[in-house]
Design a binder for this molecule. Structure first.
Ligand code: ADP
Length: 325
C-alpha cells in the first residue's frame, strides 16, 4: 500500500504489510471484494464511503494479477480514486440548477397568473388592468436582472473575462453611483456621506463600479427611512480598504457566513419585494477576489451593517509591467 492509500485509510506506515485484507480493514465490504476478485479472477469496481478517518467517497477498482492469461491468480491490484470533491461539485451544480429554475419560475408564475386574469375579463376594468400590467412589467424586469446577473456570474466564475486594471480613484466613481440613486435616497430621506481621500488603486473601473452599485444599492434597500450611509477608507500597507456602512436592518449572526453565497438571502420576501436577485453579493465577492482583494461583512441586527473590501494600491511598477507586455 502506498503512503497516500495508507493515509486515506488512517493506517500507520507499513501496518498492512504481510496481512490479509480482512485483518487490515474493519470495513468488511472492502476486504470481501478483494477476496471475491482473488477467487473469481474477475475485475470489479465499487464506490465506498469511508468514515472515519474522514468522510470520503472512494472508487476502488480491483484487478486480479496473473502471470499468464489463464494462469492462477497471484494477487489483487487495487487502484483507489478519491471522488469526494467530484461528488460535492456534482451536488453543488445540481443544487444550482434547481435554484435557478425556482428563481425563474417565481416571476413567470406571477406573469402567467396576471395575464390569465386579464384574459378572463380583467381587461374590462381599466384601473385593475393597468395595475396587473404594472406587475407584469416589474416581474419581466426581475427576469431580466436575474438573467443578466447569472450571465455576469458565469463569466466571472469561468475566468473568461480579462480584468482591465488601471490607476483608479474611487471618489468620482462613488459620486457617479450616488447620482443614479439620488431619487431613492431622497425618497427614503437617507443621508449619504463620502469620506474618501486621493489614494489610487489598481483596478478595473467597470468591475469596481459594479461592486459599488451592488453594495450601495443594498445599503439603500436594507436601510429604513431616515437612516444614513457612509463610504470610508483605511490604508493598509500596499492595500486600501473600503467600507460601505449603513444604519439599516443589520444581518443576524447565523447568516453572516453565508451572505456571499449565490441566492442566499436573510429574508426572502423582503429581498424579492425590493427587486433583489440574491446574486449581488456573490458577484461582488468574485470581482474583489479576481483583484486579489478580500471582502467581508460586520453587522449587528437592528443597528446596521458595514461591508469591507480591499484592493491593491496603485504603484507605478504595475503600470510598467503592462507596458512591457
Ligand atoms: P439581494 O438581491 O437579495 O439584495 P445580495 O446578494 O445583494 O442579494 O444580498 C444577499 C442578502 O444579504 C440580501 O437578501 C439581504 O438579506 C442581505 N444584505 C445584503 N446587504 C445588506 C445590508 N446592507 N443590510 C442588511 N442586509 C443585507
Amino acid at each position: 500500500m502506498n503512503p497516500v492509500a495508507e493515509n486515506m485509510f488512517g493506517l500507520k506506515p507499513g501496518t498492512a504489510i504481510g496481512k490479509f485484507p480482512r485483518e487490515v480493514w474493519r470495513e468488511f465490504e472492502l476486504a470481501e471484494i478483494f477476496h471475491q476478485v482473488f477467487v473469481t479472477a474477475e475485475p470489479k469496481e465499487r464506490e465506498i464511503w469511508l468514515d472515519p478517518p474522514a468522510k470520503r467517497l472512494i472508487k476502488v477498482q480491483l484487478t486480479p494479477i496473473r502471470m499468464e492469461e489463464e494462469g492462477e491468480t497471484q494477487g489483487v491490484l487495487a487502484v483507489i480514486r478519491d471522488l469526494t470533491r467530484l461528488r460535492h461539485l456534482e451536488t453543488v451544480r445540481s443544487d444550482f440548477v434547481a435554484n435557478v429554475s425556482h428563481e425563474l419560475r417565481t416571476p413567470l408564475t406571477s406573469i402567467k397568473g396576471f395575464i390569465e386574469t386579464l384574459l378572463d375579463g380583467g381587461l374590462s376594468n381599466e384601473e385593475s388592468a393597468r395595475r396587473f400590467l404594472t406587475i407584469i412589467s416589474q416581474e419581466t424586469d426581475r427576469l431580466n436582472r436575474l438573467i443578466n446577473d447569472l450571465l455576469d456570474l458565469s463569466k466571472l466564475e469561468s475566468g473568461r473575462t480579462e480584468l482591465n486594471q488601471t490607476r483608479l480613484y474611487l471618489a468620482p466613481l462613488v459620486e457617479e453611483v450616488r447620482q443614479t440613486m439620488d431619487a431613492r435616497l431622497a425618497e427614503k430621506r437617507l443621508s449619504f456621506s463620502v469620506e474618501l481621500g486621493s489614494v489610487a488603486v489598481w483596478a478595473d473601473e467597470d468591475r469596481i463600479r459594479e461592486v459599488l452599485v451592488n453594495l450601495i444599492d443594498n445599503a439603500v434597500k436594507y436601510t429604513p427611512e431616515g437612516g444614513s450611509i457612509r463610504i470610508m477608507e483605511i490604508g493598509r500597507g500596499n492595500e486600501q480598504e473600503f467600507i460601505v456602512c449603513d444604519t439599516g436592518f443589520g444581518i443576524p449572526k447565523e447568516s453572516l457566513g453565508r451572505i456571499f453565497e449565490r441566492f442566499y438571502r436573510v429574508d426572502k420576501a423582503r429581498s424579492r419585494e425590493m427587486g433583489g436577485t440574491g446574486l449581488g453579493l456573490s458577484i461582488v465577492k468574485h470581482i474583489i477576489e479576481r483583484h486579489k482583494g478580500r471582502v467581508w461583512v460586520e453587522s449587528e441586527l437592528g443597528k446596521g451593517s458595514s461591508f469591507h473590501f480591499t484592493l491593491p494600491k496603485y504603484e507605478e511598477r504595475l503600470d510598467k509591467r503592462i507596458e512591457h507586455k
